[in-house]
Design a protein around this ligand. Structure first.
Ligand code: ADP
Ligand code: MG
Length: 442
């Protein structure tokens, strides 16, 4: 029937063969819900938008004619289809289960999307084993490695896997920062019992970036208690850190011993082959065919983090589309200069601070520079101003300029406000400490 509709459409609107073959023939029906028909195009986002503008209305008319019934038609790209699939999967999982865990999980961080290489195969195998038999073999699982190498991805893959295989399992994924701030909040509001219940009434606890609790005495203590309770009940615990337990010198021995008692596994810097495999997978997802020379350039020059590798690919594809420049090695070299210049790593600039702060608060660098004043943006912006004053020698005027051409008095005001808060508000101090460590790990 679908073929028939398309043929009707072609005849009726007298479309050239080549246009029909390129744009229309590859369209497939994805779903029919009520009177809404969803089609998927095999094109990337630009092609999809083009088909939508030029043909969709007419396809809709043809369908209604052939079927003799009114339908509205929408078109999605392969990329959007993946998202819809995941959403459906997740909503069906959470429909028969009040699992709150999926809410703070990234749907893309699954085992399916994780590329296994010699640098991470141990961590991957251990994670999968833990996901298949939580609480039974490696407890705790301790994953460590440098920034951007896949720790969070693996932890969330474990969470997705467990929830998908047994929706009744209570899985809690948190960063150590969230743990700390919830603890602080519970003390302030006298809700310690609620806090305890939340962290005791679960089957699996995944706690990300544990290094940030080092030196916070009451948090360390509470985490130790949580850990022991869960451990005794045979509940699975997964911990990640940027370094192995034995290098967490200031951590009390009893906590370190606990961390070492299960299985510590590391993720190393990826080899060239692993990077190539990740680039291929990522370009498929982006719907872009990077020429070999570009992939080779990226894999050779981006060495220390997969997050940077992904950032490089996104940047290349966006810039080449915007400037209508073909993707060549030379183009890659020019576009990625800042990312791979050996000096950009060390120097802390307002730009770097904006980037790190934005990532931390899950907003975009453009938001910080923008003139929006809502609290979810204004607070990170003031934090960034404070950090620029604390961590760089940049003159006030230049900081203001980097923050979206703001006046220097605005910078002083924002930075002072945060400075005061670090004394009066423990959560703000916590955030600032973490950001300083992120910017300057040593
Ligand atoms: P970390 O928590 O170690 O700092 P993340 O887990 O946040 O690192 O990974 C950074 C980015 O790199 C994420 O987008 C993640 O999906 C991606 N990534 C890391 N390792 C892999 C891998 N082996 N295969 C595919 N993507 C990966
Ligand atoms: Mg992480």
């Amino acid at each position: 029937k679908w073929d028939f509709i398309l043929q009707t459409f072609k005849k009726e609107y007298d479309i050239q063969d080549i246009s029909f073959k390129t744009w229309i023939k590859p369209l497939k029906i994805y779903s029919l819900e009520g009177n809404v028909i969803t089609l998927i195009s095999s094109e990337g986002e630009m092609g999809t938008v083009y088909i939508e503008r030029k043909y969709l209305k007419f396809i809709e008319i043809s369908i209604c004619e052939v079927m003799n019934k009114e339908y509205s038609v929408r078109l999605i790209s392969v990329e959007e289809k993946k998202e819809e699939d995941l959403k459906k999967k997740i909503s069906s999982v959470s429909a028969n289960n009040n699992n709150v865990a999926t809410q703070n999980l990234n749907p893309n961080y699954t085992f399916d999307t994780f590329v296994v290489g010699t640098n991470n195969n141990l961590a991957h195998a251990a994670s999968l084993a833990v996901a298949e038999t939580p609480g039974q073999i490696y407890n705790p699982l301790f994953i460590y490695g440098g920034a951007g190498l896949g720790k969070t991805h693996l932890m969330q893959a474990i969470a997705h896997f467990i929830i998908a295989s047994d929706p009744s399992k209570k899985v809690l994924y948190v960063t150590s920062e969230t743990f700390t701030n919830e603890l602080i909040e519970s003390v302030k509001t006298n809700k310690n019992t609620e806090f305890r219940n939340k962290y005791r009434n679960i089957d699996v606890l995944l706690i990300d970036d544990i290094q940030f609790i080092i030196g916070k005495l009451s948090t360390q203590e509470e985490f130790f208690n949580t850990f022991n309770d869960l451990y005794l009940l045979g509940k699975q615990i997964v911990i990640s850190s940027d370094r192995p337990p034995k290098e967490m010198e200031t951590l009390p021995d009893r906590l370190r011993t606990r961390f070492e008692s299960g299985l510590p596994v590391d993720i190393q810097i990826p080899t060239y082959e692993t990077k190539m495999a990740i680039i291929n997978k990522k370009s498929e997802a982006l719907g872009i065919d990077f020429p070999y020379e570009v992939k080779d350039y990226v894999a050779t020059n981006i060495t220390s983090s997969i997050r940077e590798l992904e950032g490089a690919l996104t940047k290349l594809s966006a810039y080449s589309k915007l400037s209508h420049t073909p993707l060549t090695a030379e183009f890659a070299e020019n576009t990625l200069k800042d990312l791979i210049s050996p000096y950009s790593k060390k120097e802390i600039t307002p730009e770097l601070i904006i980037e790190v702060v934005a990532e931390h608060f899950h907003i975009k660098p453009e938001d910080i520079i923008s003139h929006r004043r809502s609290a979810d943006i204004a607070f990170p912006r003031q934090i960034a101003m404070y950090l620029c004053r604390q961590m760089t020698q940049t003159p006030l005027e230049a900081i203001g300029k980097a923050m979206g051409n703001r006046d220097h008095t605005t910078v002083i005001y924002g930075a002072d406000k945060i400075a005061k808060e670090t004394v009066t508000n423990e959560s703000t101090k916590n955030v600032v400490d973490i950001l300083i460590k992120k910017l300057n790990p040593s």
